[in-house]
Design a protein around this ligand. Sequence first.
Ligand code: ZN
Length: 478
Amino acid sequence: MQLLFIIFLGACFPETVEPEPSSVPSTTEATATPVIPVNPPEVNPPNLVIISLDTVSAERLEVYGGAARTPNLNAFAAGGTLFRQAISPFPETALAHWSMLTGALPAVHGDVPAYGDSRYSGPTLAQLLSKAGFNTAAFIGGETLTNRSTGLARGFQLYDDQYPWDRADLKRPGADVAQAATTWIDKQERQQKPYFAFVHFFDAHFPYTPAPPWDTLYDPNYQGTLTGSDADLRPYRDGEKTPTAADIRHIQALYDGELSELDALLGPLLQALDGRNTLVVITADHGESFGHNYWFNHRDALWDEVIRVPLLIRGPGVPANHQVDDQVSLIDVTPTVLKLLNQTIPAPLNGTDKSGLFTSKAASQDIAFAITDPFRKQPQFASRIPTFKRIQKVVNGKATAREQQAYNLSDDPYEMSDGQSVPERLDKAWAAYQAVLQPVIARWQGPKPAKRTPDQSEYDRLKALGYVDEPAKAPTPK
Ligand SMILES: [Zn+2]
């Protein structure tokens, strides 16, 4: 049995994470005088809802200046804070979420997909909040985030990941996810305890098959024959075919249609949360590639289309109608929400509390790191600052400077003009990455979980999602 394990992955920041006091409201950290209205903290501890939109590129969303209309996200952003440069540490589902929900780099988590569990021995966000008295539940929309695939149920009193599976659609319909989550949240509102709900929507993941009217909304006059089905797109994803410009536009239009459809799905859930004492986070695990000769996929790419994700936060202590231009990472989500919930942040972590950016005008010096599965054919490592991206090929477990791409993001946000001069800060990015990685591995990486053999139904689902690398005999979900 050949399994492709994920081991070295991550985005992180070269700074020491210290244990933080839990009694200081986040907004008092800023040195600058707040110039923006901040939603007042409530007397009772707020609840937390994290909504993860699987496979959503920030740049496609209207709320980020993209083509896909997002009226509900626009309204949400008006009531909260939008992070313009939120970076995913890894372009696949399981490990990106492990990082989002722990604050540790994917390399710390180790062989999650192959083993259906994590090497991470530190506390998850759900475990921390459960211990703090929160009721906790997760509502899962896709096979690559089920507990049997990822082991991510730790700390969740309810991990709702069982659902009928449709071969043509490859997901649990978002309406079902939203309904289950809304029902549970409504029930919690009648309880005395605070709650944490994690809600995962798989609707934007391929195949790109939006329902009417979303299917013809953005490219109604397409004359070609390509559809967003798995059967049609697989040869392009596998590199066997190259789409025409009209085909690419059409597939992007279908993807945009899915994003708008997803936005519509979010409406009732967000309205149900309106006016409640609840911190709401909306983000994504990774985006999707429609360019760079890498089509309709995400596993082997680190361009911004794939790793720049939406991140919006609304609730007590969070400025309304505010944008943060500074760069953050998904690994910052857990420490930031812990701070906003007045909880202690475990240490050491790779992510840091970014709530200070709500009011600070000082630019962060952080580098964001991302890496692809090192056991795939051409593993890559990316280091990114707000103005520059360097992507290096990984050879023998180490990033090489001989084969690299370098983009000036200031005037080339879509990374079309390679070969720019690498800034000094990114010269030794691999060494910097190792330096921040190692203390957290030393503290929180446990032994490898026991090997497991997925059953046939799981194997079939993962194979349909492209996570079985033939001729491998077992799935490698990511
Ligand atoms: Zn994903």
